[in-house]
Design a protein around this ligand. Sequence first.
Ligand SMILES: [Zn+2]
Length: 858
Amino acid sequence: MRTSQPQTIYLSDYKVPAYLVDTVDLRFELFEDGARVHSTLELRRNPESDEVSAPLELDGDSLTLESVALDGAQLAAGDYEDRGDQLVVRSVPEQFTLTVVTWIEPQNNTRLEGLYKSSGMFCTQCEAEGFRCITFFPDRPDVMARFRTRSNGNDVERGELENGRHFVTWEDPFPKPCYLFALVAGDLVEKRDTFTTCSARDIDLRMYVEPRNAEKCDHAMDSLKRSMRWDEEVYGREYDLDIFMIVAVDDFNMGAMENKGLNIFNSSCVLASQETATDLAFQRIEAIVAHEYFHNWSGNRVTCRDWFQLSLKEGFTVFRDSQFSADMGSPTVKRIEDVTLLRTAQFAEDGGPMAHPVRPASYMEISNFYTLTIYEKGAEVVRMIHTLLGPDLFRKGSDLYFERHDGQAVTTDDFVKAMEDASGRDLRQFRLWYEQAGTPVLNVSDDYDADKGVYRLTIEQSIPDTPGQTNKKPQHIPFALGLLGQDGQPLPLKLGAGEADAPTERGLELTEATHSFEFHGIESRPVPSLLRHFSAPVRVRYAWSREQLLFLMSHDPDGFNRWDAGQRLAVDVIQSLVGAPDDAEIEPRLVEAYRKLISDTELDQALVAKMLQLPSEAYLAIHRARDAVLRHLAGALKAELIACYQRHQGGGPYEVTPEAIARRSLRNTALAWLLMIDDQEGRELAVSQLSAADNMTDRMGALRALVNSGFESDRQQALDEFYDRFKDDPQVVEQWFSVQAASDQAGQLPDIQRLLEHPAFDWKNPNKIRSVVGAFAGQNLAAFHNPDGSGYEFLADQVCRLDDSNPQIAARLVTPLTRWRKFAPSYSARMKSALERIRDKSGLSRDVYEVVHKSLAD
Ligand SMILES: [Zn+2]
């Protein structure tokens, strides 16, 4: 544990490594009480380094050093220095072999970094800096080596251990950074399939899971094959090894890990069956399997030079997986889901104490930078390049990037340069998206000159200050728009008076602080449809009237903006009710708009399902007013809700298609609304749906509706029966925990305490912690923000408790408290004091230290 203040690491201090590693030979001896790791490295001085006499410094963490040998000769104690976090050998030749033997204790590794044990199985997680918990090594992504691994005397890549367990790893022909190293050994069953690549090579596909999960692999396997095909067709990327393996692990800090040829997944992100996984889980699994597979090129073949470049692989790969998901389902719905996440969570991060650029300039603990900004905003930045270049030039750019940098560790700048070189576009100003933090704000105003038939749009851009960054420069922003005439028809957008055949949608480019655009030949005042498809991750401010929003909701040809107009209208109505008396009138036009939507059988039902979701509480931070609007809508639209429910009932055998998902989503939304007002008919529908359901989406929909209702005895009975049925399935039990923890009916603090004492709860399992503590603090806003501060104190207790065992997870759980400045004084004072209590804990980890100190800094 730490006693001194953690160091800050700066991008500007980057130096090439002083030593390179050509090969790594690892031999593992795995025992019940620990593991011995024999590591033999072929090293040489880096000709590109100017540190010609630098000592050899290898990173280490929580290792017991047993011996060090140089070119086969054991070193005496005085020849090297073991500093705990570093092994230093002062005098080494130009080229040499170093053999290091260390002892580690995977069974006691609760941080889940390096080699650890999960449900009796050995597994690894080395990104970002876990490899140093296995052996001493230059643990940085720009040191790429060929790895060879053996275990307990087996020198084959895959084999049987003495006790009958499989051992999975292999000799990787491609040099790779150590963060991509992986090893798994456990009592696993194997599921097999094959994929034939575009050049007719047969790839052996294998999944390794615990025997009880053998029937939950099909969806991930199918998703993998679809991903492999898609990457060939859309990016021209073929798989490069003869075998591709996926392993499911219960205790895992992240969602999944793209280790070369051997992806390791959190069980909850890969295992699915109709009985145990919701539609959302099916979609998430498909996206994560694709994401990790796509990393084989965007991450593994071309990797990051240093961790400041993390978005090089993550932003690009999230963009790729979102394109894939859009192609597999509805592009509009996928866009709505991505933007919802961005607006509710990434914008908050961008406006909070941990705000950082897509390419950060400094960090204390890199684990804290696996953020929505690096992933989701990073993906938006790549999407904007795609928009500016168009699909053909973007593909030319990505081909050039992969060709130019194959086998290298590079920077985000190299990525942008390849896009520039392939397209001839100048992206110098665009690079500010990587350097400046904060969400740009676009203030849009307009005026209409009826005599000249000219409509003028003025757009001013500004970027708020963020920690360490003020007076930011204007960024290069693609801004897609359309104009609608009073009859709802799209108007041609003539930028010059004489322009013929003008398009009805334009992609404008903003580069200055202020731009004005004039559209000619406009016969009456149009309704603007701004930032179509959410063409840039910005906030748009424009004085929409409620009439305009209602108009866009039913006429905008851009599905995304149709949805967005509905969201803006709901936000406007909800905000106008804050502090209003309980019987205040709710905008009748909102009720009528929703009535129309619920009964609309022409519009894409997936879009209808999305449009019926009110903006989330996290986005609004106004619980009571949102609740009041929901209840009012449910009361006024009861007949339509029941009709909608019945219309979407049945529908044949269970399928995971966009149409079937939309049907279930609409039915379950109708049910949730009916139970918000404790409707008797709704209650009966929920109870019978729960008992008749043949899939988890419907079962969970009914359970959630009951849990959030006032029908206390039904709620308890439903929860008990559900648990009884699924108690042997950890992934379903996680859902059972979180449906309670996120509910303001069933998730009051004493209930949460009870969940923590439940026999199925496990402090060593990150999924369980997230499903109770994370769901409570992140989704159950009414209970978390109890005016007496008890929710904050509770979270502080759990963070302090976890800080010793799993600091990565502890640092993530702190997030809701770091937003303290956004709340009214009585709340913010209590949130701050909870943070201060965490700050004062002795031996605070570097992970939590960084988050807490930054959020308390002036
Ligand atoms: Zn990734």
